[in-house]
Design a protein around this ligand. Structure first.
Ligand code: 13P
Length: 390
């Protein structure tokens, strides 16, 4: 149940002067450690699925586990595509049920970043999904030594940020003010004057990438200057690797990984405490929309002269058309088990949220499915939308 809209969660954090931790999930140990920490701290949390990690795990397998953890949680959870690189990955994440996506195009020139982010944001918003854009470039590789990429950082300009947010309509903005992805040997210098200006100009939740390894006071100042989401992976990776190294003398995969979940949990608890999320779960839940899936049910019969072959072609083509609609999660073309009476056939199409149910009719692929494929092959059509009862 507490899978919530990421925008509501971040707006609460922004208004109340704390930041929600967005922690990268790379395994079940990480997922369980992060969720243990959030539940124990009674804190909202964001579970990040980071596109650059998809070489390491299969998104289609891990995402359902992450969503299941979110739905059974007692605390508010947003599931977020981190560093989404293409419209395809955004659509895939929305289809999987993520409640937030990041559009990562900050390496592109301003106009191209703006155009790509605007298009993807429109698509995500039509599906009721929150959008994070990025302007300026936070260099570095997650989990690596940050020094490798020191010179690549580009700071966010407050004036450009205003134009970018106005035109893309992103809900929150990742800014570059000195942090770097990955592990840092020394301390980093953060440009708080720049961050303050950006915050004054935009007045929307700001996001920090490269959130591992800063000083406590730096986190406090970031939050005081409008940061409402802090991304973290390297710190979790480091505590997990330390445990695995300590287990190196043991044999067996499970023995080697024993203690990773608890190490991740301790590190996440430390971050949550430091970033101010502890004890906020109930007030956040009271203010968040919970996206509800909608089942779109079409019942029909076929004219006596429609051949089995024509019906099979309609079903195959219909599936292809429906798959093209963002926010369609599941498509079930069915036939009745009883072979008499009304409604021998159905389509059951699951939408990720009410927002999709409001828009699907205007999608050209739905028009082609319904008017050009289904209607000529059907009689006695009945169409319903259902949402799950509370
Ligand atoms: P760290 O590498 O500092 O943990 O940052 C992770 C991150 O920003 C993911 O988007």
């Amino acid at each position: 149940m507490p899978l919530v809209h990421m925008n509501d969660m971040l707006n609460h954090a922004y208004r109340h002067g704390y930041a929600v931790g967005a922690f990268a999930v790379v395994s079940l140990d990480f997922l369980e450690g992060i969720m243990d920490a959030a539940e124990e701290s009674r804190s909202p949390v964001i579970l990040n699925l980071t596109e650059s990690h998809f070489d390491y795990y299969d998104f289609d397998l891990l995402a359902p586990a992450v969503l299941a953890a979110a739905k059974r949680a007692q605390v508010p959870v947003a599931v977020h595509l981190d560093h989404g690189k293409s419209p395809d990955s955004a659509e895939r994440a929305i289809q999987a049920g993520c409640s937030g996506i990041m559009v990562d195009a900050s390496h592109l020139p301003f106009d191209q970043n703006l155009q790509f982010t605007r298009q993807t944001a429109a698509l995500a918003h039509a599906c009721g999904v929150a959008v994070e854009g990025e302007l300026g470039y936070v260099a570095g590789g997650k989990g690596e030594n940050a020094e490798k990429h020191g010179g690549e950082l580009a700071y966010t300009s407050p004036a450009e940020a205003k134009a970018f947010v106005d035109r893309t309509e992103v809900d929150c903005l990742a800014v570059s003010v000195g942090t770097v992805h990955g592990r840092m040997a020394g301390s980093v210098k953060l440009d708080f004057a720049r961050l303050g200006k950006i915050n004054e100009t935009l007045a929307i939740p700001l996001v920090i990438h490269g959130g591992s390894g800063l000083a406590d006071d730096q986190y406090r100042k970031l939050i005081a200057h409008g940061v409402a989401k802090i991304n973290c992976y390297t710190a979790l990776s480091d505590v997990a690797v330390k445990v695995i190294r300590e287990n190196a003398a043991t044999s067996g995969y499970m023995a080697l990984n024993r203690g990773v979940r608890s190490a991740v949990r301790q590190e996440v608890e430390r971050c949550i405490r430091l970033w101010g999320g502890s004890g906020r779960a109930a007030e956040v839940l009271a203010q968040c929309q919970v996206p509800k899936e909608v089942d779109h049910l079409i019942l029909y019969d076929t004219p006596a002269d429609l051949s089995d072959e024509s019906l099979a072609v309609m079903v195959r083509r219909g599936k292809d058309k429906l798959r093209a609609i963002p926010g369609v999660r599941h498509i079930f073309p069915g036939k009745a088990l009883q072979n008499e009476g009304r409604y021998q056939h159905c389509w059951l199409v699951r939408f990720t949220s009410q927002a999709v149910a409001e828009h699907y009719r205007s999608h050209p692929a739905y028009g082609e499915f319904f008017d050009k494929l289904l209607r000529p092959s059907a009689k006695d059509l009945a169409v319903f939308n259902f949402e799950e009862r509370d």
